[in-house]
Design a protein around this ligand. Sequence first.
Ligand SMILES: [Zn+2]
Length: 396
Amino acid sequence: MSLSVRSKPYIIPEYSLTGDLLAYLTCGLQYRYQNKGTLPPAMPIQLWFGNFIHGVMEEAYLRWKEDDDWKDFPWDWKTQIRDIELSIDKMMRARGMQPPANLFCPFHEETEELGLCPDHDHPHKLAASIRAEASINTWGPHLFPLIDDSEVKLKGIRDMPNYEKDQSRSNYYGIKGIIDVLSSVKIDEASDKNLIIKYLHNDPAFQYKLEKLDKPEYEIIVDYKGMKRPQLDSPSWNHHNWQVLTYSWLRSMQPESRPVLIGILFYLNELSLFKEDLKELKKDVETGKTDIKPFADDLKNILNWNPHHKPPKISDSLKSLRSIRIIPVEYDNLETSLKEFDYVVADIEKSILMEVNGQDIQSSWSPNPDERTCDACDFTTFCKDNKSSKRFPSVP
Ligand SMILES: [Zn+2]
């Protein structure tokens, strides 16, 4: 009897657009340590907060939709929002994501434990909670009534870039993501006082696309970002544009979809800016590298602010305007976005193969961080490319 040689299992590597590709672009080495490490799970603060705020918005939407007691805003942090935060934290812990202690108080009530909290009188409204509260109470009343379908899973498949038989892991790769979908039906029903509708009416690209539709049915896709609005034409600015185009392409392949006219990204950190964010905002304003410019008092307060003093007052209207980004879906640019992500996958696959073939981690994976990425990274102590200016992790 002869035994047949079992062939290698056929695998298609699957990449999450935000969790893998955008994380890799933030820093390749950090991505490697956090994802494929044998180290205990250590999640960069930025990624923890991105997951957390996304989860909080989804859970808040479900409570708003399913329960009449949750229809009125603003929601109270201690009696309403705190419960949502704890359920998301529990879910994330189950997936190995521990909350950074300086960002989130994990305790329900007064305990002997202190963590990095100021005293034993838990729960504390730390940075992640301040942001969760602002996100729900600013956008919940306007966004939730427009959502037609939440947490829609997107999946697609692409040819593996630079495929080489017997070398590459697979001839295809999978790409996936999760979005909320707004529909024209819900948009038509919405009140005139809805801030998102107001922004859409003022957006020439959206109006133009609306007029060109054959049938008055369309969709808008939505994603949440636990970060500040990126500088105009910065790498993140462009990556997010590609993300929206790629998601629209994946959505368009689902049979129940309607044409996707635009994507909306919410940069939720704009609603509560801390010192490091304010320093960046001030720099963006001074250098003219932001598309949503402050004016009048906001402009004066930001430009005159001395970072050694207390934070300047910023109007709610500027905060909400800076936290929403409308991205028109131009299918002409689609191929470019997909190609950009192909290059990223090619880079990741190349690094994996280098490591599999015996190279050490730090020479297989290229770091690509900026200072804030390093400041918030758990791996700075042994990273050769460490640009960190601080000894302690900062708020993302
Ligand atoms: Zn606490």
